[in-house]
Design a protein around this ligand. Sequence first.
Ligand code: ATP
Ligand code: MG
Length: 245
Amino acid sequence: MASIKPTPDLRPARLNALGEFAASIAHEVKQPLAAITLNARAGLQWLDQHPPRVEEARAALRMVLEASTAATAMVRSLHGMACQAAPERSVFVVNDMVRDVLQLLRAELRLQCITVTEDYGPDYQLNADRVQLMQVIMNLILNAIEALRDIHDRPRTLSLHTGLDGDALCIRVADNGAGIPPALAERIFDPLFSTKPGGTGMGLAICRSIAQAHGGGLRSDNARPHGAAFHLSFKEYTLWTPSRS
Ligand SMILES: Nc1ncnc2c1ncn2[C@@H]1O[C@H](COP(=O)(O)OP(=O)(O)OP(=O)(O)O)[C@@H](O)[C@H]1O
Ligand SMILES: [Mg+2]
């Protein structure tokens, strides 16, 4: 007698994947959306003044435009990842990319009284998707800022380091917060895993999949004497040399 094979029910897996994708989008656009709302509200308030403060309103609108452009780029690159599209590669100097992300977060770091230590090695270049790698560094720094929020008994520090680790190019983002409990060391990279009340738990999952899509990796360990350190590494890189033309 011919046996009828039950069709596997793919819905839970699909729903889960969809849930993760939706959570990724929510995670990446949360910051720019908050910036859009704040600046749009500020713009209206400037225009409601007597006489209207047009220059300030224009500056607020410019910020709205910048934040929405950033959100669009992020959604596009996440969509690319979901469709398994190849990263949009270009050649850039890693140290400059890290400095650019830091610049975007300077105001927040100052507000949270976090001292930043920068230790850049030689100007190595990657052939990679710059927007995606900026997302990774931004997520790691935002996690560090969140981890440092509970620290009140010592100066809060964030340290950024680039350089070679064996034969790999490594970008290290470390803080002196409470660190990661050993039992959670691998779970923190699971999609939707979060210990924060409002967290989506997608940040590190997105970071690791971006690193892997570039043939690289992301791991964490604890920093000394306090805190967490994240190591983003790439096997393929070149050294930037000034052009002779
Ligand atoms: N720098 C850090 N120090 C200590 N724990 C960390 C650090 N970075 C991440 N974690 C832990 O890893 C978990 C997962 O981080 P992930 O970025 O994936 O999500 P999240 O930060 O909780 O949520 P979201 O990114 O949506 O705000 C965090 O909830 C936290 O427990
Ligand atoms: Mg996070």
